[in-house]
Every structure is written in C-alpha cells, then in structure tokens.
Write a protein that binds this ligand. Structure first.
Ligand code: TXA
Ligand code: MG
Length: 354
C-alpha cells in the first residue's frame, strides 16, 4: 500500500489529510497510524510544536523523538554528515518500513526533538496515511507512539482516544496497525552495527542483508549504547504480568493454576501449546490462544491490544503469557513482554519446584 503512488497522490487531496496537514503547519498535534503503532505527530522543526508532544504524553524530556519522512530528499535538512554506502543500502532496502536509523543531526533540528543529543533518529514509515500527511504538509514529522507515557503503545485509533482525548485536536483512524510493535532502532555510526531497540524488522533480517553480524545493544556492557527510551518501564499494564514456559519457568504456570482457586487469571498462550496437556481449572481462568510459535508476528500484532483489554477486564486479576523464542520478530515481542513484566518477576523457588 505504501508504495502505491496512485493512492498516495489521491490521498494528498483528501479533505481529512488536508486538515491534518493544516493543523501540523500551525504547530498543532495530530495522531495518525503507521504500520507499527499509532504516532503522535508534530512539526519536527518547531520547538513549540514538539513541546506539545511531551506535554500531551507526559513524556520525560530526556527521551528523544523519531522523525518521519516520506522522501529521502528530506534527509538533507535533518542530517549534517554525508550518508555512508551502508546506510544508503539499508534505506533503499528497508524503507518505507519499520527501521529507524540514527544520523548525526543538523543544526536545523531543535534540541527538544533530539532531547539534546547530537544525533537524530529517522524513519520512513510504510503507511499511506502518514506518508500522505507528510507529503501534503511538506514537513518532517516528529512522532513518538501516541500513548500516555508508561502505557502500552496504541495499535488502534480507540487506544489513542482512550489515552489522549481532550488533549489533541485530531486522530486519523486507519484501523489496526499491521506490525503491532514499534520500529527497530539501528545505529550504524561505528564499525559494529547495533540494534538499540529491537522492533518490526528483525536483527537477523538486517544481518542477512548486510552480510555481517548485528549486535543487540542491551547485550553489551556499555549502558550508553541502548536507546534512551529503553530504560523506562514501558508497555506496562496495571495488573501483574508474568511469563512462563515449559522448561525453567514451568513453576510459574503451576502457581498460576493453583492461584485460580482464589484469583481470576488470564493466560495468553500459543495454539497447540503444551498447556493442552494440563488439567485446567474450570473457573477463574481465561485462556486466550492467540498465536502460534511458528508465527511470532501474530503475537506482535495483538500484544499491546491484549494488554489493554485484559487490563480493563474486571474478570481478570493477573495475566500470564507463554514465552516465545526471542528470534526474528520474537526478539521484539519478548523485549516488550519482559518490560511489562519486569517489576513483577518471580524468583525461582529453592528446591527447583518445576
Ligand atoms: O515504530 C515506531 O518507531 C513508532 C512509530 C510512531 O513510528 N514510534 C516510536 O517512538 O516508537 P517512541 O518515541 O515511542 O520511541 C522512540 C525510541 C525511544 O526508545 C528513543 O529513546 C529512541 O527511539 N531514540 C530516538 N532518538 C534517538 C537517538 N538520537 N539515539 C538513540 N535512540 C533514540
Ligand atoms: Mg513509545
């Protein structure tokens, strides 16, 4: 769809797109869909506009924003240095798409957009609505996920409305997002290619394309290597969330099944899960078989919506999720799940009760 130039040029003259472009050029905010999650957009070159993003989301000012473009020609005013062959190759291959690249920033980009960093994160999203708005306004758009800070990212217009109603003048509804987790943030500025945040394009895909190893910054000892935003406990539902598997975390599942005697439990599991081998309690238990281990992209697409709906469900007190392999897009999915669960991990009991 994103590459359908006929649709894009038709959209450019659409009344709603024109309204969005007008608001943005007046330094107002507009929420709109991308292929990953909904974004809360503002003119990236206006400190006044960008400050409204931080205010509406309640976002810490030390967390830099991603700038969205519709055409590589827009890089010129955003970046200072010459673009390397490797960066050019990645852009040509993966854009439009869920890959964000770190560039040295030009003086034209306000410090507020980059949170004081000398670098700027840029991507070309693969969704016809945001691309049409960028083209129609002629502006590079700074856009974080359109959730209140600390909530799961919005993958439907309803989620944006829930978090930001009354705070922004316009939400464009493009239906549910295709990818469901945010873009991969990659840093190509040193010899070793690093993923600062795993996301919609897997580390393996980038490694295969470049023909070299791609590191995960979180695995390195150097704390400064990861994206500033990764230190926050994102994506968190209010209810306690635990992960289990059928190897070293089976005891967590067993505890959950026991707890169901007195608590309302929801389990998100795979279809054809080993859970099928267990005698399950008949009350207090909701089992949602919503993905397959062969297709982690299915869970990526649904994860944030599930967190939101289970959080709002009075029939659920605690949430348990079956782990999947941290491979392909599974790496991003497990990263988001672990962040949501982080504060609530069980420790393995002595005696190895698994
Ligand atoms: O898929 C996405 O990337 C979505 C859609 C709306 O495009 N946007 C998104 O933005 O997830 P946000 O603000 O929620 O996350 C941006 C991430 C944060 O972890 C931030 O720290 C990192 O990118 N980031 C931004 N600029 C950076 C920079 N110059 N250096 C390192 N990390 C950066
Ligand atoms: Mg976010």
């Amino acid at each position: 769809l994103a590459n359908n130039s006929q649709l894009r040029s038709k959209l450019k003259t659409d009344e709603v797109i024109l309204k969005a472009a007008e608001l943005l050029s007046q330094n107002q905010l507009v929420a709109l869909p991308t292929e990953t999650v909904y974004g809360l957009a503002a003119n990236a070159l206006s400190p006044k506009a960008v400050s409204k993003i931080f205010a509406a989301k309640g976002r810490p000012q030390d967390n830099p924003l991603i700038v969205h473009i519709a055409d590589q020609a827009q890089l010129k005013e955003l970046t200072a240095a010459k673009i390397t062959a490797k960066t050019q190759a990645l852009m040509d291959h993966f854009w439009p798409g869920p890959l964000t690249i770190i560039f040295p920033k030009s003086k034209k980009v306000p410090n507020l957009t980059s949170a004081g960093l000398e670098t700027i994160a840029i991507r070309m999203p693969a969704h016809p609505l945001i691309l049409a708005v960028i083209e129609s306004s002629g502006l590079p758009l700074a856009a974080p996920s359109a959730n209140t800070s600390g909530f799961p990212s919005p993958t439907q217009a309803e989620h944006v409305y829930h978090d930001l109603k009354g705070k922004i003048p316009l939400i464009l509804d493009g239906g549910p997002c295709q990818v469901g987790v945010e873009s991969t943030v990659v840093d190509l500025r040193s010899a070793q290619v690093k993923v600062l945040r795993p996301g919609g394009i897997s580390r393996q895909e980038i490694a295969d394309f470049l023909g070299e190893e791609v590191l995960l910054a979180a695995d390195l000892k150097d704390d400064t290597a990861v994206a500033p935003g990764m230190k926050y406990r994102h994506y968190a539902p209010n209810k306690k969330l635990y992960t289990f598997n059928f190897e070293d975390k089976l005891f967590i599942l067993k505890k959950a099944l026991k707890k169901a005697e007195s608590k309302k439990i929801a389990i998100i599991s795979a279809r054809n899960s080993k859970l099928d081998n267990y005698q399950l309690p008949t009350k207090n238990l909701k089992v949602l078989k919503v993905f397959s281990h062969q297709k982690p992209a299915e869970l990526a697409q649904k994860l944030f919506a599930l967190m939101r709906s289970l959080d709002a469900d009075p029939e659920v007190e605690e949430i348990y999720i079956e782990e999947l392999a941290a491979q392909g897009i599974g790496e991003a999915v497990m990263n988001r799940i672990q962040k949501a669960a982080a504060a609530e991990e069980y420790s393995q009991p002595g005696g190895g009760d698994n």
